[in-house]
Design a protein around this ligand. Structure first.
Ligand SMILES: [Zn+2]
Length: 71
């Protein structure tokens, strides 16, 4: 786990409810990283990505790219 990197990632509020997103990342026995972000409030989850930066990117762009989802 890369705690220092996680601290640097800036997450926008949840695009659906405005709650705060939580980043979860781990690596499997082969060293492959899976990272995704979920909302603490409504539970929506972002896609699983291979880096925490990508996961944060996906989360931070959801409100503009996928506004119609769940509405
Ligand atoms: Zn939410």
């Amino acid at each position: 786990m890369q705690e220092e990197q996680k601290g640097k990632i800036k997450l926008k509020p949840c695009p659906f409810c405005g709650g705060s997103g939580t980043l979860t990342a781990w690596s499997d026995p082969n060293g492959v990283i899976s990272a995704h972000i979920h909302c603490d409030k409504c539970g929506v989850t972002g896609p699983f990505m291979k880096t925490i930066e990508d996961a944060a990117d996906m989360w931070n762009t959801r409100d503009t790219d996928r506004r119609t989802q769940n509405e």
